[in-house]
Design a protein around this ligand. Structure first.
Ligand code: G3P
Ligand code: MG
Length: 266
């Protein structure tokens, strides 16, 4: 399903493929996102940062070393330089030649087929804001591609959200993209709820280690969805689904499906 409103109609937990189908493919590459679509995921999650020539690209780390045959910071390379790199061989020679996708390439390739959770890396936050800041470029792209109903924008850097909302207000757009604070350090329930309402959040994306049944219940009662990350272990998926999470962010979308079917929540 490519529309978030349509996804809301389903009763079962959403299957969100982390960095594509990361368990079986080289993360954040087009082949990994195709794998996630093939595995019937409801949403793909991906990470975005800026190149030296300020193009949004899909890669998780600040540096190229782990997931490509290049080295050094992503932000010190131009797009042309990044496009020379192999982002697949480190995972398996089967995937040699896979490239680092730009955000526009990725969005165009999945448009109409699946919803997209765009995670903006905090390292791309610039203060003060600049006209071609990553957040403005993402808003422009989403608008140009008419994908506002298909994206959920998340970040550990929560200051991006007011900028996104301002960008939309300045363009007099009535439909804003859904946004989601990511949270890696534990927060009290009160602070988590306060954060979500202050930010006008659609959903809360916490590290799975500080999710409790009570937090889930309170968030849902206040109208927020909860998508913890990153759960790859079957028993833990079962537990979180039984506790009532709205969805599971996982490297293993097929395993999430297996658990959904086993628990008969589909
Ligand atoms: O968006 C969930 C998850 O991707 C956040 O952590 O480091 O895997 O991007 P990370
Ligand atoms: Mg991420």
């Amino acid at each position: 399903m490519e529309n978030i409103k349509t996804l809301e109609q389903i009763k079962r937990p959403w299957v969100i493929a982390h960095r594509g189908y990361r368990g079986s493919y080289p993360e954040n590459t087009l082949v990994a996102f195709e794998g996630a679509i093939g595995a019937n995921s409801d949403m793909i999650e991906l990470d975005v940062s800026l190149t030296r020539d300020r193009i949004p690209v899909v890669i998780h780390d600040n540096t190229l070393d782990r997931t490509t045959n290049g080295s050094g910071p992503v932000s010190e390379h131009t797009l042309a330089e990044l496009k020379e790199l192999d982002a697949g061989s480190w995972f398996s020679t089967k995937f040699s030649g896979e490239a680092i996708p730009t955000l526009v390439e990725l969005l165009m390739s999945v448009k109409g087929r699946i919803t997209v959770n765009i995670e903006i890396k905090p390292e791309s936050f610039e203060s003060p804001a600049v006209p071609d800041g990553i957040e403005s470029q993402i808003c422009e792209l989403v608008e140009k591609l008419e994908m506002v109903d298909s994206v959920l924008i998340s970040s550990f850097e929560h200051s991006f959200f007011s900028r996104i909302q301002r960008w939309y207000r300045n363009q007099s757009k009535s439909t804003l993209p859904n946004i989601a604070p990511l949270q890696e350090v534990p927060l009290s329930e009160e602070l988590a709820l306060g954060l979500c309402s202050r930010q006008g959040a659609y959903s809360f994306h916490p590290d799975e280690n500080f999710v409790t049944p009570s937090l889930i219940e309170k968030l849902k009662k206040d109208g927020f969805r909860i998508f913890p990350y990153t759960i790859n272990e079957e028993k833990r998926m079962e537990q979180l689904i039984q506790w009532g999470v709205t969805g599971i962010i996982s490297d293993e979308p097929e395993l999430v499906w297996k658990v959904i079917r086993k628990l008969e929540v589909d």
